[in-house]
Design a protein around this ligand. Structure first.
Ligand SMILES: Cc1cc2nc3c(=O)[nH]c(=O)nc-3n(C[C@H](O)[C@H](O)[C@H](O)COP(=O)(O)O)c2cc1C
Length: 347
């Protein structure tokens, strides 16, 4: 069985800080490496990348979809948006501006790059290799007003806005929704089977696939896969998960909900971009983030949650808690060569 040391070495090698090219030539491979470091639902990395002249096209990989938790593929397209946002900041570091568009014909995200000498490396670019979801409890300390304002600004996007929930009463209501979501999800056989299929119970399993939810990132002990799959039936209960989530939410300084005015693939991409920008800004400020999406994922809960948020025609898309706390071991990624596809010939 591979050791945690091998796991950690692989995770840090993926996030190595490469020097930027000095000759001004666009390094698209480096842009794709930065893109793959983005968040993705269940760490499915549901993307491939295609370099076409002055653009990088990010295509959905539907073989990696999660029909139980994400039947309409909205999380899948949000994940593509996360990857696109990393390209934007990595391109700026190389002296290029990036224009992100959704192409409905091939359901892809096209990032068009053009030289902009005034662009440069920003704090958000430098956060790409350090951003992570920290799924454990935080230290309960509040976040100062200047940092909150920076986070809120970073979370604004095209037809997307963040709603910041900071009071204890708001957090208590969030806990109530998350608890109800856990009951629905964890008593659903299809949801459980799908979730378990993406969990990597030991470093060897995680290193073999380079994807999925590694137990190491959430502080779980490494176990042989067959034993873990046998035990998880008893361990993963609605009550246990609800208690953990409640503790984690209470330990957070606040919660942010990303809402969009539209609810289609183009909008989902923009939501992913807004989340990723928020998370990069949080990382730059040494603030941790983790998703708590149950009220958005559980269809019957969503309208109630949206009316509690007093949304008027807008759609709740993602929910994230944030706060101060320790970092966690990083998640893995697949090799870059596995996600680059050749451009189709122009006929
Ligand atoms: C659209 C989307 C939905 C996600 N939903 C959840 C979620 O409900 N719960 C959770 O713990 N993490 C969620 N994640 C976080 C992923 O598990 C995480 O990004 C992935 O494991 C890679 O880890 P990293 O972000 O630390 O690199 C989500 C990520 C994305 C992009």
């Amino acid at each position: 069985m591979a050791s945690t040391k091998e796991y950690d070495q692989a995770a840090s090698e993926i996030r190595r800080l490469d020097a930027l090219r000095a000759d001004g030539v666009l390094d698209t491979r480096e842009l794709i490496r930065c893109a793959t470091l983005a968040a993705s639902s269940h760490n499915t990395q549901p993307w491939t990348f295609c370099v076409r002249q002055d653009a990088i096209t990010i295509l959905p990989d539907f073989t990696r979809r999660c029909p139980a938790v994400d039947p309409d593929d909205s999380h899948l397209f949000k994940s593509l948006g996360c990857a696109a946002e990393n390209v934007v900041h990595a391109a700026a570091a190389q002296g290029f501006s990036a224009d992100v568009r959704f192409n409905p014909d091939e359901e892809s995200v096209v990032v068009v790059l053009s030289r902009r000498p005034s662009a440069g490396a920003t704090d958000l670019y430098r956060a790409i290799t350090r951003r992570q979801c920290v799924k454990t409890a935080y230290d309960g300390t509040p976040i100062g007003q200047p940092e909150l304002e920076k986070l809120e600004k970073a979370g604004e996007g095209r037809n997307v806005r963040p709603i910041m929930l900071l009071s204890e009463a708001q957090k208590a209501t969030v806990i109530d929704y998350v608890t109800r979501g856990n009951v629905t999800q964890l008593t659903d056989r299809a949801f459980r089977d799908e979730l378990v299929s993406w969990i990597r119970f030991n470093p060897g399993a995680a290193l073999r696939t380079g994807d999925g939810l590694s137990g190491r990132t959430s502080g779980q002990p490494a176990l042989p896969t067959w034993i873990a799959k046998w035990i998880i039936g008893w361990v993963l209960t609605p009550k246990g998960q609800a208690d953990t989530d409640a503790k984690n939410i209470r330990s957070s300084a606040g919660v942010v909900v990303f809402v969009s005015s539209q609810n289609d693939k183009a909008a989902w991409v923009e939501v992913g971009r807004a989340y990723e920008r928020f998370a990069l800004q949080a990382t730059a400020l040494d603030i941790r983030t983790a998703f708590i999406n149950q009220p958005v994922e559980v269809r019957p809960l969503r309208p109630q949650f949206e009316s509690w948020l007093k949304l008027n025609g807008e759609h709740a898309q993602l929910m994230v808690r944030f706060g101060h706390g320790a970092t966690a071991p990083f998640s893995l990624r697949r090799p870059i060569d596995d996600v680059i596809v050749p451009a189709a010939p122009i006929i």
